[in-house]
Write a protein that binds this ligand. Structure first.
Ligand code: SF4
Length: 170
């Protein structure tokens, strides 16, 4: 695990990007579940539509193993403003350049950097394309609640959404 000062620097980098709030979480408390993948496959119009979404993204089981490779996670609560892909992945880049070679960011929502995604390799923006937490089988609801953050089902246009990203670091 990074030293306290290392992690203070990571937190500073994240806050500089305008996050609403962040929580340091144990990756063991990031919940993965098979039902998340099923909700992508049956009921999401973005299924199979970009290289960062299922079936191209990691399965819940692969993500569980990935989480086990880390000792620290930062759950970022963006509030109702969806963070741009490039903006949020810039956090990963800056944390990486600060010496955290394992820094990896999981974003939120489909990629959207190309319209439409050409669905072939190589990805057109490999430095900015990252899968969403939910696309990797993370139960974002339970993970957010464990961190003390709000997340409820949005039922109408008047409901306020909440967006989250996860930075894994060592
Ligand atoms: S950057 Fe473009 S090619 Fe790569 S996953 Fe996103 S939409 Fe697809």
């Amino acid at each position: 695990m990074g030293t306290t000062s290392d992690l203070s620097q990571v937190e500073e980098i994240i806050r500089d990007h305008g996050v609403n709030e962040l929580a340091r979480v144990d990756p063991a408390d990031v919940v993965t579940a098979e039902w998340v993948r099923m909700k992508c496959r049956f009921g999401c119009g973005a299924y199979g539509m970009c290289l960062t979404c299922p079936p191209h993204s990691p399965t819940p089981r692969q993500t569980r193993r990935l989480l086990d490779d880390y000792t620290v996670g930062y759950l970022m609560w963006w509030g109702s403003e969806h963070p741009g892909r490039k903006e949020v992945v810039e956090i990963e880049r800056e944390v990486f350049l600060a010496g955290h070679h394992k820094a990896l960011l999981l974003a939120c929502g489909p990629c959207g950097l190309c319209d439409p995604c050409p669905l072939d390799f190589p990805c057109r923006h490999p430095y900015a394309a990252r899968p969403a937490m939910e696309a990797c089988g993370i139960d974002v609801f339970e993970t957010a609640h464990r961190a003390g953050f709000p997340l409820e089902v949005v039922t109408c246009h008047e409901d306020v959404p909440n967006y989250y990203s996860l930075l894994l670091v060592e």
